[in-house]
Design a protein around this ligand. Structure first.
Ligand SMILES: Cc1cc2nc3c(=O)[nH]c(=O)nc-3n(C[C@H](O)[C@H](O)[C@H](O)COP(=O)(O)OP(=O)(O)OC[C@H]3O[C@@H](n4cnc5c(N)ncnc54)[C@H](O)[C@@H]3O)c2cc1C
Length: 198
């Protein structure tokens, strides 16, 4: 199968947690709604990252390992799609994704789908988004796609993680909270005992 895209950029949040930006090779991503997802894939022959556990079963040669990922970028961004991904050391795809570098090829599905969107919610309703870990990804797309369109609507995001250094997008969300009066960003940490003391 054609590896029809390449890594545009990678931002490491913490070992095993990263933001991947994926650009299409000479084709255009279809239009999508904030909150939807797409398939990413890599050949089973692709190397696994350092720290990955060995796989229990070998793959048939030429298999493309595919998994669904929520898009975190704005639906107006046609240059690349962004994904917020957690490494599963025993997993099939994520150890291969975490071995990629900028410019490396991968597969991305040409169909973007999913019903976890906010377009059916009346504009008169305020929004509370609750997520742990990479569950933030579809909300990032919603915030980036729609926040500035409806500044009178109250929007609160509650993001949980084990520790503060695993709160991806923290700087961007704090920045938005400073400048957008109706936007609130709150965080919850489940392992406060490992946080540095002031
Ligand atoms: C609609 C949709 C959207 C998704 N969006 C995202 C996203 O934005 N970011 C993201 O990181 N993942 C997302 N996922 C999960 C993703 O599709 C993969 O399941 C995940 O990345 C693991 O893939 P893998 O091949 O490495 O592990 P697999 O080989 O599929 O799994 C190996 C083992 O790890 C377990 N496992 C799977 N995921 C996790 C996890 N997160 N933590 C601990 N154990 C796990 C499995 O149950 C299995 O036992 C989404 C899934 C769906 C269905």
């Amino acid at each position: 199968m054609l590896l029809n895209a390449k890594i545009h950029d990678i931002k490491i949040i913490h070992p095993g947690l990263a933001i991947f930006q994926v650009a299409a090779n000479d084709w255009q991503f279809p239009e999508f709604k904030a909150g939807q997802y797409v398939i990413l894939g890599l050949p089973c022959e692709a190397p696994r990252c350092i720290g990955a556990l060995p796989e229990e079963k070998p793959h048939k040669p030429d298999t493309i390992i595919r998994r669904a990922y929520s898009i975190a970028s704005a639906n107006s961004n046609s240059r690349y799609l962004e994904f917020y991904i957690n490494l599963v050391p025993s997993g099939e795809l994520t150890p291969r994704l975490f071995a990629l570098n900028i410019g490396d090829p991968l597969f991305i599905g040409s169909k973007i789908t999913g019903i976890f969107t906010i377009d059916q919610i009346p504009l008169s309703r305020n929004l509370l988004f609750i997520a742990t870990g990479t569950g933030l990804a579809p909300y990032m797309s919603m915030i980036r796609s729609h926040l500035l369109e409806h500044l009178d609507r109250k929007l609160c995001i509650l993001h949980g993680a084990r520790n503060s250094w695993e709160l991806g997008y923290k700087a961007q969300l704090r920045h938005l909270q400073t400048y957008i009066p109706n936007f609130a960003y709150h965080t919850v940490i489940s392992k406060p005992e490992s946080e540095p003391t002031k």
